[in-house]
Design a protein around this ligand. Structure first.
Ligand code: AMP
Ligand code: MG
Length: 322
């Protein structure tokens, strides 16, 4: 009898007949969804989500004991000892700040607090208030060395909102790989990471959200072992007198950046893709795309304020729906 043996072998092939394990949870102020295929899917997925919670406890400004909260409370006072991981993320942040001429600025905290876009009392501040906050935004006045970080002036604040989720996703992907996972997708509110391929061996297809048509994909790309991170003006915003005020600021003006509706960056490093998607959003299709084209192994797509789509030379989309 050959048949039962064949059937048994098929059933045991990882990913062939098993249902994937999926789980969602609210981490880092974001709905995180994970789908893992293969024999150890559930253990791996749970460990990956735990890892994201661990990163959150180090880097969230809302956790009182986090490295970020301690750096901020000692602004203008004294350097603070931080974990090697927070050091790494701050160094990455400073690297992207330099590369983007300060369009990405990890010391944007005073502006975030002033506008309170995602908080209880969002409002349009006065020009004087914006001026005041801008004086406290300058990544060149953040020192990170020898395991310590220091903000040079009182009132300055580090905000890792544009980069920490990317780091958490990189860590989660590494945990999945450590568990031998060869097929998974993780979506942390626009920070997508795909591990390996789908269970049938074909590449993952990642949809990029249409910035103005909810529930519709603007484009689809095939990907494996990479991060695909989108920053959009639809993620957190309020409207006043018909104007949309969203959560991504232009540190040159102190107002929400006006060039783009959404910006997507593809890189095997999710932490890099996260920081760069914010930088690309602020800089827009011309300057921003110049930056993306100058970087090795990085691709991007930006939708400008008029809905025009600009795609980097090495990015191949399987479907575009403008
Ligand atoms: P993202 O969705 O990754 O583009 O990150 C947006 C978040 O990053 C905001 O909610 C702020 O916490 C923070 N942020 C806003 N503007 C900037 C900026 N120009 N540079 C760095 N971080 C920013
Ligand atoms: Mg970002």
């Amino acid at each position: 009898m050959v048949l039962p043996v064949t059937l048994l072998a098929m059933a045991l092939l990882p990913g062939c007949s098993r249902k994937p394990f999926t789980e969602s949870d609210f981490i880092m102020d974001t709905l995180v969804r994970i789908e893992v295929h293969g024999p150890r899917a559930e253990t791996a997925a749970r460990a990956a989500l735990d890892e994201m919670r661990r990163v959150e406890s180090l880097m969230s400004a809302y956790v009182e004991t986090s490295d970020v909260s301690r750096i901020n409370s000692q602004a203008g006072v004294a350097p603070v000892t931080i974990s090697p991981e927070t050091s790494f993320v701050l160094q990455e942040a400073l690297r992207i700040s330099e590369a983007s001429w300060g369009a990405f600025d990890v010391t944007v905290g005073p502006l975030v607090g002033l506008w309170d876009i995602a908080g209880e009392n969002p409002r349009v501040p006065s020009p004087e208030e914006i001026e005041d906050a801008l004086e406290k935004v300058n990544y060149q006045r953040l020192q990170v060395k020898e395991g310590r970080a220091f903000l040079e002036a009182p009132g300055m604040r580090v905000d890792l909102g544009a980069i920490a989720k990317g780091y958490a996703v990189d860590r989660a992907a590494q945990i999945l790989l450590d568990h031998g996972v060869t097929s998974a997708i993780l979506d942390a509110g626009g920070n997508v990471y795909v591990v390996g391929s789908r269970s049938d061996g074909s590449p993952w297809r990642v949809g990029i959200r249409h910035p103005r048509r909810e529930g519709e994909a603007l484009a689809v790309l095939e990907a494996s072992d990479t991060g695909v991170v989108t920053s959009g003006d639809y993620q957190r915003y309020f409207e006043s007198d018909g104007v949309r005020y969203h959560h991504i600021f232009d540190p040159r003006t102190g107002y929400p950046a006006r060039e783009s509706a959404s910006a997507t960056v593809v890189s095997p490093s999710s932490v890099e893709a996260d920081a760069l998607s914010t930088a690309l959003f602020v800089l827009g299709p011309v300057e921003g795309m110049n930056l993306i084209e100058s970087l090795e192994g990085v691709e991007g797509l930006v939708v400008d304020a008029a809905g025009e789509i600009t795609v980097s030379t090495g990015l191949f989309l399987t479907r575009v729906n403008p």
